[in-house]
Design a binder for this molecule. Sequence first.
Ligand code: XMP
Length: 323
Amino acid sequence: SWTTGNVIEEQVAAIREQVGDKRAICGLSGGVDSAVAAALVQKAIGSQLTCVYVDHGLMRKGETEQVEKDFVAATGVQLKVVDAEERFLKALAGVSDPEEKRKIIGREFIRVFEQAQAEIIADEGPAVEFLVQGTLYPDVVESGGGTGTANIKSHHNVGGLPEDLEFQLIEPLRKLFKDEVRMVGQELGLPEEIVQRQPFPGPGLGIRIVGEVTKERLDLLREADAIAREELTAAGLDRDIWQCPVVLLADVRSVGVQGDGRTYGHPIVLRPVSSEDAMTADWSRLPYEVLAKISTRITNEVRDVNRVVLDVTSKPPGTIEWE
Ligand code: XMP
């Protein structure tokens, strides 16, 4: 019968058999899939695994710390963190076009990840033969069921894989659906914030700033996003919505009034959606009190934001993200 205990036991045995005395690398994105895949492999082969986390500076408030501290504490995994914020910001400077941003972020990610891989191989020797991937069953189906290749949707796999793959893949989640992955993660003792995390795009907040991405704008958006998340969680709504992008319209200004003064600040867009699979979506009918609380807090607490607006567009025609 299907139990998380059985899945874990089976996978641990299979991974041990597959890897033997070689070594493996796993990229962590902060998302649930890579976290659970890494935790499973860690359970199987312990210190033969090295995880890599590329901090591109586009994460939400607290997410990098979650990986660096909570995930490591929960799993004991050996983690290499690459602080690449400056590099990403430099590459993104002056760029406003969404697809251009995606391309740059994807490209830089692969470069940084490959560099980290090379460093690990230099340290650990040629025994590094395996790469762990958090591929789920729906990904396998969508990509035609191939195995042992890097043929998965690059869209959902930030910084995916180098084209000239020299690694064998370990994909311990290949038979699982998302909710099963969460259950396995829970059983493995991963932090709730990681196991229950809603989808978050690989390019991160880089595609939630309409306009050029700068450090200042990212910090501002991080604050607004943290407030929205906090209030949604406090209201017990996390399970009711699929995700809630918080978007900064950096190139738009509107007039406002705060205290005695006129302001000329930026709008923040709330984009709460309900969905089954992100292919289609509807805007979530959040309680007015929750929206009011989020709006009041963001305009009070986030400098340069004087307006909060709600996106009431379904998908189609609107996409979930604004970029
Ligand atoms: P859209 O905006 O296309 O989003 O309706 C559908 C789902 O995909 C996520 N998304 C991305 N995920 N890289 C990702 O890893 C991306 O470039 C990207 N763009 C959108 C989005 O958050 C939603 O869950």
